[in-house]
Ligand binder design. Structure first.
Ligand SMILES: C[S@@+](CC[C@H](N)C(=O)[O-])C[C@H]1O[C@@H](n2cnc3c(N)ncnc32)[C@H](O)[C@@H]1O
Length: 168
């Protein structure tokens, strides 16, 4: 079983701590793509968290289910409008099964990186595949690292917080 890094304290402040990811400018394009991919089918979110994407996707008429490791994150989801209606199974996305198959399984916000070994990530893909209907798809959203952040000959970069200095 994986360690839960999203306990009650983190879960309570999660939405605020990543407020820019709740901005419509971040949410709407993702929800648009996922709505299109889901078509008339159902969707399963791995690591559904507090419902940042699942709730607006459900509001677009897509039937969404979730798998989530942290009970505290699910509790936050449950407190939001529509959050009690989403079926969520508490468990590890690399091994937890839900009854049903889906046209779309998705995993956003770099969360594949919470599985820190290749074996775990392969298991996650295999778990996604086992929930997909024929022709369905598994969407994984990850940031694409810059090919080269350091000027030639440099071996480090000074940074503050998450952004390199000079980046606003
Ligand atoms: C960065 S949050 C993303 C939450 C949500 N998908 C979003 O976009 O806001 C990462 C989430 O992954 C969950 N998580 C981490 N490892 C997991 C695992 N092995 N199985 C299921 N959920 C996991 C955490 O509990 C947390 O809710």
């Amino acid at each position: 079983m994986f360690e839960d890094h999203f306990g009650p304290e983190i879960a309570q402040s999660y939405d605020e701590s990543v407020a820019e990811m709740f901005d419509p400018a971040a949410v709407e394009p993702a929800v648009g793509v996922l709505t299109e991919l889901a078509g008339d089918g159902r969707a399963l979110e791995f690591a559904i968290g507090t419902g940042r994407i699942a709730l607006p996707l459900a509001a677009h008429g897509v039937a969404v289910c979730g798998i989530e490791l942290s009970e505290a994150m699910v509790e936050q989801l449950r407190q939001k409008p529509g959050g009690r209606e989403l079926p969520v199974t508490v468990g590890d996305m690399a091994s937890t099964s839900v009854e049903d198959t889906f046209g779309l399984v998705y995993l956003v916000f770099n969360t594949i990186g919470n599985l820190t070994t290749q074996d775990e990530q392969v298991a996650c893909f295999s778990n996604a595949a086992s929930h997909l209907e024929p022709g369905g798809c598994f969407v994984v959203e990850v940031g694409v690292p810059e090919i080269r952040r350091l000027p030639h000959g440099e071996r480090h970069v000074v940074s503050r917080g998450q952004r390199p200095l000079g980046h606003r």
